[in-house]
Write a protein that binds this ligand. Structure first.
Ligand code: HEM
Length: 265
């Protein structure tokens, strides 16, 4: 349902509509190093894409919960298009050499992408609910991630969507404590095998969700490799072991059941 658009104001132009005065003055390098501007802008653009991902994920969940199968596929297509940009954008950061980064790294203090509230929110909305690296987030940030963790994840909404269509989704999966990480379930996999065999639209939704899962893993891989080439095996500004810590996160699947059913097709 769309709201009626507000009447256009006579003073509204391109710059004021997009609040460009605010956006384009929000880059404040802490050093005189040329490359710090790129570093700041790439991070800011990431946060804007994260904001859009969260908005589209909320719409996806609403559509799943209200049984709008066609709209679900459309929203998933948009989410995948955004995620491909998010992965590819790491190309820009790959151009930062270790010596260029060293010129301003000291000015970052303990600031780290690991404190990105929106990234943690995306993980929680998808269903990754292990608490990692939330220290140093603001109180408001912590509350946002906690709120996302206490709501049903995208996978919970998908299972409800399937149950509503008459598929035999195990009751314990529908009634689970949603604040906990999603555990693989043989009974859920049994249901997904049937769905994939009998329902073309729902099978496409399964494939698109798997694409989303794979793209998040690809982002982790690209980010981890970029970190290795820029800081080698040094520790991160956020206090982890750096590339070694990130390596461990690279192969975390979002929805293990969607991967497990590949053995059964
Ligand atoms: C020179 C560029 C970058 C370096 C050296 C770097 C380094 C790191 C390191 C070492 C970590 C682990 C936490 C820590 O100890 O700090 C980390 C985590 C993270 N970084 Fe970056 N990063 C860079 C660019 C980016 C960019 C452009 C983004 C985009 C938003 C980003 C987002 C993240 C996120 C979300 C995490 C948490 C990952 C997780 O815990 O699964 N980083 N980064």
């Amino acid at each position: 349902m769309t709201n009626a658009a507000a009447p256009a104001s006579a003073e509204l132009d391109y710059s004021s509509y997009l609040e460009l005065d605010q956006v384009l003055t929000a880059q404040r390098p802490r050093s005189s190093a040329h490359d710090e501007t790129m570093f700041i802008i790439v991070h800011q653009v990431y946060e804007l894409w994260f904001k859009l991902l969260l908005s589209e994920l909320a719409e996806l969940q609403r559509q799943l919960e209200s049984g709008e199968s066609g709209a679900v596929l459309h929203t998933l297509r948009r989410l995948l298009a955004i995620m491909r940009i998010v992965v590819g954008q790491m190309d820009v950061m790959d151009t930062l050499t270790p010596s260029q980064f060293a010129e301003f790294r000291g000015r970052l203090g303990t600031a780290s992408g690991g404190q990105s509230v929106q990234f943690r929110e995306i993980e929680a909305v998808l269903g990754l609910r292990e608490r990692r690296m939330t220290a140093a987030q603001s109180e408001a940030g912590r509350l946002r991630v906690e709120a996302a963790t206490s709501r049903p994840s995208v996978f919970d909404s998908f299972l409800r969507h399937l149950a509503f269509q008459g598929y035999q989704i195990p009751q314990e999966a529908l009634d689970r404590d949603v604040s906990l990480p999603i555990e693989p379930s043989a009974a859920v996999q049994d249901a997904l095998v049937v769905v994939r065999r009998d329902n073309l639209v729902a099978a496409q939704v399964c494939e698109a969700l798997l694409d989303l899962d794979q793209l998040l893993q690809e982002w982790r891989y690209r980010h981890g490799r970029m970190v290795l080439r820029v800081i080698g095996s040094k520790c991160g500004t956020g206090g982890t072991s750096g590339a070694a810590y990130l390596q461990k996160t690279m192969a975390i699947p979002v929805w293990p059941d969607l991967w497990a059913v590949r053995d059964r097709c």
